[in-house]
Design a protein around this ligand. Sequence first.
Ligand code: FES
Length: 265
Amino acid sequence: MTAPVGARRAGEVVATRPLGAYRQLSIVVPAIAAPARPGQFVTVPPGRADRVLPRTWWITGEHSEVGFGSTLELVVAENPDEEGPLPEPGDVLAVRGPLGRGFGMPTTPVTAVVVTQGAAGAVGRWLTERLRAVGCAAHLVSCAEDPDQHVDLVQARRSADGVVLTEPRAVAAVVADLTDRTAASVLYAVGPVSLSRTVARVASQLVRVSQVTGVEVGAVGICGHGLCGGCDLPLAAGHRRGERSRPCFDGPVLRGDLVDWERLP
Ligand code: FES
């Protein structure tokens, strides 16, 4: 395992705005050495005195200015009962990150399908922007139980070659159909582990490459530091010595065929 890259920095919240059922925070930190990538995240201290584990938030964008620092865009759930109140503009947080391995870009232009669920929809929108910037066609599938849980759709429709809305029980069929129709060669998934399992299975059935997130950043009870073991995933045979991956430490982005999804509960 390699240690996650990311130092603790003082970050000032400079803006918050609604993002569907979620919120986007803009936090200015001292300049970061390498540009952040979709699939990376940050940790911040718990928002309640009776909580021990840090909060984990997806990064959904980043820009740096010489002499000013780096602005990280983060997507967060408003969940004050579980996680305490969200910070307000002017608050300063101890931010650790960007952490982890983000999504890899294809080395040649291809067609990609990006599948997202929940707050991670904002990561999916950013990923489609990055894919198109390197010459790929990128289609976004947004999966949600309720319509207001589709995130960042206006921006996503500008960023992607197409946007398809679906719900969890239909997502496998929708992704398979879209992959077939667009002749996509790579599938990406960002969101809950259940979504990653579905997309990895579809990729395997259609003989496509997949990159998926192995830990649900933003979920309650995630340590994000490789300490609790709560995110461990069983590895498929023949890929690596040892049996398990610890995605908050080794990932969060993993190749879909690296994991033995059938051994998950
Ligand atoms: S979330 Fe604790 S080890 Fe990964």
